[in-house]
Design a protein around this ligand. Structure first.
Ligand code: FES
Ligand code: FES
Length: 184
């Protein structure tokens, strides 16, 4: 008997469980879009180069076009549909709205998912390729425009309209840090 090429999996997406049978070669992006009707994540290049399909896996960003759906079982998957809390926009979404960072429907979902993770990565002290002092004791580098550009460099806009996005991420990061201070 030929080995089975599909499996039943359960994906945990935006806090809900979805059980489906998928061919083992199905990408997470195709499972989201074609099987589960979660079409916020976009297919730009389908080869890991544009960031339009970015989602969060256990809070870390991943390009869902390079992730097999079967390998995402057991992970907490957050798509653009799950970034807001009900009617309350995520601070990144609000800042994109306030500062005109929203762009086309193709690149914006990935930009926002990436930006959410960038703020978390930066707050956790992760350096980037443009961080001058990468010693752990140096702590997080200032989240400068250069840091934001580098950290967001995996998300392409074919139109090159990035200026407002940088400003929006600066605003959202400041909001997140103020909220943390208020809670502490
Ligand atoms: S569609 Fe996944 S990176 Fe472009
Ligand atoms: S505005 Fe979306 S690709 Fe440029």
């Amino acid at each position: 008997m030929a080995p089975s090429t599909s499996s039943a999996i359960t994906l945990n997406i935006n806090g809900e469980k979805y059980t489906l049978s998928v061919d083992h070669r199905t990408t997470l992006l195709d499972a989201l879009r074609e099987r589960l009707d979660l079409t916020g994540s976009k297919k730009g290049c389908d080869q890991g180069q544009c960031g339009a399909c970015t989602v969060l896996l256990d809070g870390r960003r991943a390009v869902s076009c390079l992730q097999f759906a079967v390998a995402a079982e057991g992970r907490e998957i957050t798509t653009i549909e799950g970034v807001a809390e009900g009617d309350r926009l995520h601070p990144v979404q609000q800042a994109f709205l306030d500062l005109d960072g929203y762009q086309c429907g193709y690149c914006t979902p990935g930009q926002i998912c990436s930006a959410v993770a960038v703020i978390g990565e930066h707050a956790a002290g992760w350096p980037s390729a443009v961080t001058d002092d990468v010693r752990p004791e140096a702590g997080p580098p200032p989240l400068t425009a250069d840091e934001i550009r580098e950290r967001m460099s995996g998300n392409l806009c074919r139109c090159g309209a990035y200026v407002s996005i940088v400003q929006a991420i600066e605003r959202a990061a400041a909001t997140a840090s103020e909220t943390e201070e208020a809670v502490a």
